[in-house]
Ligand binder design. Sequence first.
Ligand code: SF4
Ligand code: SF4
Length: 217
Amino acid sequence: MGYLDGFKVTFKQIFEPRVTTEYPDEKREKPERFHGRHVLNRYEDGMEKCIGCELCAGVCPARCIYVRGADNPPDAPVSPGERYGFVYEINYLRCIHCDLCVEACPTEAITESKLFEFSFTNRQDAIYTRDELLVDDDGHPRKLPWEDWREGDETNTSAWVRATAPSGDAGFEGKVAWSGELGRGVVAAEQGQVAEAAAAKAARPSKKVARTRRSAK
Ligand code: SF4
Ligand code: SF4
């Protein structure tokens, strides 16, 4: 009769609140620092942030970034530096979304959106080019035909940078230490995990109060 115990467990679950959703019609809100499809950012004046230094390519453990820098044309510079990212490609058949490229980038040029729902019918589409990764004239990610963008996927694309810069030093918590982005300006600083933990602790009732509440019951 042991199998009836199994039915009992199943039957009891019918009355529990559902934790599953009707994916993909219904999607859960993604965390602010979600690691999704990359974007190449621009400064507020429209200039590209990438200086073609190749640090992102050097640090990438999956070896999926290919960058080639070129000298900025003196009469029409692409970036504020001496050089810019002339060729920039990410192979999404390899990327593991570890964000080491984001951490390594000295100019906050490469960050990640929250988009992870994209699929391809050929290998060539899986290699994103500079034109596809570069944000548009309004500072928003380009939405490619094979990508399923949902509300919020393109907001806070620099959240990971804002959570870790500069170099994770707690002394910089809550201070803006990055440059503004086209279409977004300077985004507010995150308070950081130490401050969030302190706020959560302050919101919890003290042990003495909890004991008093328990004894009053
Ligand atoms: S997220 Fe990680 S694996 Fe993907 S391109 Fe960046 S460094 Fe490479
Ligand atoms: S994205 Fe950043 S790290 Fe990569 S080449 Fe451009 S400036 Fe350098």
